[in-house]
Design a protein around this ligand. Sequence first.
Ligand code: ZN
Ligand code: ZN
Length: 356
Amino acid sequence: MVPSAARADRLVELLRERELDSLLVTDLVNVRYLTGFTGSNGACVLTSDERLFLTDFRYVSQAQEQVRDFERLPAGRELASDLATHLRGRAGFDDAHLTVRTHARLEEKVAEGVELVAAGGLVEGLREVKEEGELALMREAARLATEALARTLDGGLAGRTELELARELEQALRDGGAQEPSFPAIVAAGAHGALPHAEPRDAGIPRGALVVIDWGARVDGYCSDCTRTIATGTLDGRGEEVYELVRRAQAAALAAVRAGAEKRAVDGVARSMIEEAGHGERFGHGLGHGVGLEVHEGPRLTKQAEGELVAGNVVSVEPGVYLPGELGVRIEDLVAVTADGAEVLTSFSKQLTTVE
Ligand code: ZN
Ligand code: ZN
């Protein structure tokens, strides 16, 4: 997708607010967001009246196609020296992404009077508020992901390995038209599901277990992220009870997502229900995170998060309860905050589903 020129306009507004004369953008995701460039070496410099994009000879023709609203300049493979000559006055740089080596190089090459100022997070802040075109891609990614899981589950679960399932799901995403999986799919059965970031193992999925499946698609750069926990037969022990608790907590938190809602309060909705049920200690991560060009970005929904959700935010809502040595349950949806409520982008059923 070709980014709107409005993104760079908004960024220049922010420069004024921060009293910066220029800004250097080096993080490739941020560069893509502003310019549309998808290559692996490029950077831009913005001032109140200039929008410059620099890349090396390998990407000149790609940049010609992709970068419309920036003046394209050729540069050496190591961009730093060429970038330095375009910085002026108080020059912001992204302290979260710029390497120490590049920073030293810039210091050495900038003109006299140029002051390098740490100014990370400006583009990330813009990325937190999605435009309609971005939402459309994420809707499509979520739709493809739902279809891919449905197709994969048609082949059954019990007796196949976590790794087989994860690979098949990723293949189904590609076959369905996704550019790639937005992250390596998680398939974790039984006690393995108690690890929130479990890596699929070469181990058979038993009957009568809960299987946590966390997967997503990428479409034109934009990610989806979804988790479902599926049963492979009649559950003994606390499986059903824990599932029902997470399902209710997830639904309540989802219903709390709207413009103006305090981020930490949305986290609190699910967390307090899980605490009341005696599993507070077993929900060790935040409720959710922003998703966009990256599968984890701002805003975060955590106990410590400050501020309110605004229309255009897209966040995951993913409470979980993890009982070590026993089972894990996580249910995750991707939801867009709208002017008058919220739109859930992911759509696979959340009733406890059994697939043997
Ligand atoms: Zn996920
Ligand atoms: Zn997530």
